[in-house]
Design a protein around this ligand. Structure first.
Ligand SMILES: Nc1ncnc2c1ncn2[C@@H]1O[C@H](COP(=O)(O)OP(=O)(O)O)[C@@H](O)[C@H]1O
Ligand SMILES: [Mg+2]
Length: 327
C-alpha cells in the first residue's frame, strides 16, 4: 500500500467489452473507467458475473476470439492504447509490462512440464540474454521469494506433486518473473484456505514494496479489499457503481449497492458471528438489461426516474464517485 508514488501508469477510459452470442451481442463491461497508480493497489469488487474478469482479460487482450471484443474505449499504458494495439506488440506487454494471475491456478500450469522449466521459460522470454545457469538461479530465487520451502527440490517437481497453495505461489512467481509494472490478480486466493490466503496477500504486498509494481486486485470479498487496496472500484452488472479511496469507501459508502455489499460482510461481534444480510433480488441478465439503473430492482431507495435513465457517475467527495440519482 504505497502512498508516495502517485504516477498513473494505466488509464482505462470508457471501456466497453462485448461478446457475440447465439442470442445476440451482450455487453459484459459497459463504460468502465479507472486509473491505476504506480506502487498502489486498485481493487475491483462485485458479485460473480459483474464483469471483473472480463475487465482484466480486456486489459490483457486475452478475450476469447472471435466472440469477445473491445467494442470501444481506451486502455492507456505508457504510450500505447492496448485496446487497439497490434497483437505482436501486445505479446511484449504481457509478462513484463502487465501480467496476470488467473482465477483457476490448475488450468494455468502445464501438467507435463516440471515447475522449474515453466518458470524458466518466463525468464528466458523476458531476459533472452540469460544463460541456463542464470535462469535456474533466478528461478530458485523467485520460488524462495514467494515463500516456497525447499525451492531447489520444487524445481524438479510437477504441479500434481505440490499443494494448491504452493501451486498458486508458483503462479505468482511466474507472474512476477518478468518484473511487470502491473500485476493483475484475479481472485487469486478464493480457492485457498484462510491461512494461505493471508500469507499470499502479505507476500504480494511485500513484493510490491520491493519492486513498486501496481496491483489490480480482483475479488468478490470486500473484507480482502479493506486489507490491501488503496482505491476501490465497485462493479455492478458490467458497470461502475462506485469508485473511491478505500478508507472513504468504507467510511462513507454512497451507492446503495455498496452499502448493501458492506452490510453483507460477515463480522465477528463478541464471540458470535452476526447474521449476514443477503441482498434480495437478482442481478439483471445481460440479455435483458432494464432501461435506467441496473440496481433498481434490488435497491431499497429506488424512486421514480430510476427506470428511465441510467445514472451517470457523479463526484460525491474527494476522489469519490457514485452512479446514483440519490446523490
Ligand atoms: N466467453 C463469454 N461469452 C459470452 N459471455 C461471456 C463470456 N465471458 C463472460 N461473459 C459474460 O460476461 C459476464 C461477466 O463475466 P466475468 O467478467 O467473468 O464475471 P466476474 O465478475 O465474475 O469475473 C458474465 O456474466 C457473462 O454473461
Ligand atoms: Mg471472474
Amino acid at each position: 500500500m504505497g502512498k508516495m508514488n502517485q504516477e498513473v501508469i494505466l488509464k482505462v477510459k470508457n471501456l466497453v467489452t462485448a461478446f457475440d452470442t447465439e442470442e445476440g451481442r451482450i455487453r459484459a463491461v459497459e463504460n468502465v473507467s479507472f486509473e491505476v497508480k504506480k506502487g498502489q493497489t486498485m481493487g475491483i469488487v462485485g458479485e460473480s458475473g459483474c464483469g471483473k474478469s472480463v475487465t482484466a482479460l480486456s486489459i490483457m487482450r486475452l478475450l476469447p476470439k472471435p466472440t469477445g471484443m473491445i467494442e470501444s474505449g481506451q486502455i492507456l499504458f505508457h504510450d500505447n492504447d492496448i485496446a487497439t494495439l497490434p497483437a505482436e506488440k501486445m505479446h511484449e506487454i504481457r509478462g513484463y509490462g502487465i501480467s496476470m494471475i488467473f482465477q483457476e491456478p490448475m488450468t494455468a500450469l502445464n501438467p507435463v512440464h516440471k515447475i522449474g522449466r515453466q518458470l524458466g521459460e518466463v525468464f528466458q522470454l523476458h531476459f533472452p540474454k540469460m544463460n541456463d545457469k542464470e535462469i535456474r538461479e533466478k528461478s530458485v530465487e523467485m520460488l524462495q521469494k514467494v515463500g516456497i520451502p525447499e525451492p531447489v527440490q520444487r524445481m524438479d517437481e510437477y504441479q500434481h506433486q505440490i499443494s494448491g497453495g504452493m501451486r498458486q505461489r508458483v503462479m505468482i512467481a511466474m507472474a512476477l518473473a518478468g518484473e511487470p509494472d502491473i500485476l493483475i490478480a484475479d481472485e487469486p486466493t478464493t480457492a485457498l484456505d484462510v491461512t494461505i490466503q493471508a500469507q499470499i496477500l502479505k507476500l504480494m504486498e511485500a513484493l510490491q514494496r520491493e519492486t513498486g509494481m501496481a496491483i489490480i486486485f480482483i475479488t468478490h470479498a470486500l473484507g480482502v479489499i479493506a486489507e490491501i487496496c488503496d482505491d476501490v472500484l465497485v462493479m455492478y452488472a458490467g458497470t461502475v457503481a462506485e469508485k473511491a479511496p478505500v478508507v472513504e469507501l468504507f467510511k462513507d459508502p454512497k451507492h446503495p449497492y455498496t452499502r448493501d455489499l458492506l452490510s453483507s460482510i460477515p463480522r465477528l461481534e463478541g464471540k458470535r458471528k452476526t447474521r449476514l444480510n443477503v441482498i434480495r433480488g437478482m442481478v439483471p441478465s445481460l440479455y435483458e438489461l432494464p432501461a435506467g439503473c441496473r440496481y433498481q430492482n434490488r435497491c431499497p431507495y429506488a424512486m421514480q426516474g430510476c427506470e428511465i435513465e441510467s445514472p451517470p457517475l457523479k463526484s460525491v467527495g474527494e476522489k469519490h464517485f457514485a452512479g446514483c440519482f440519490l446523490m
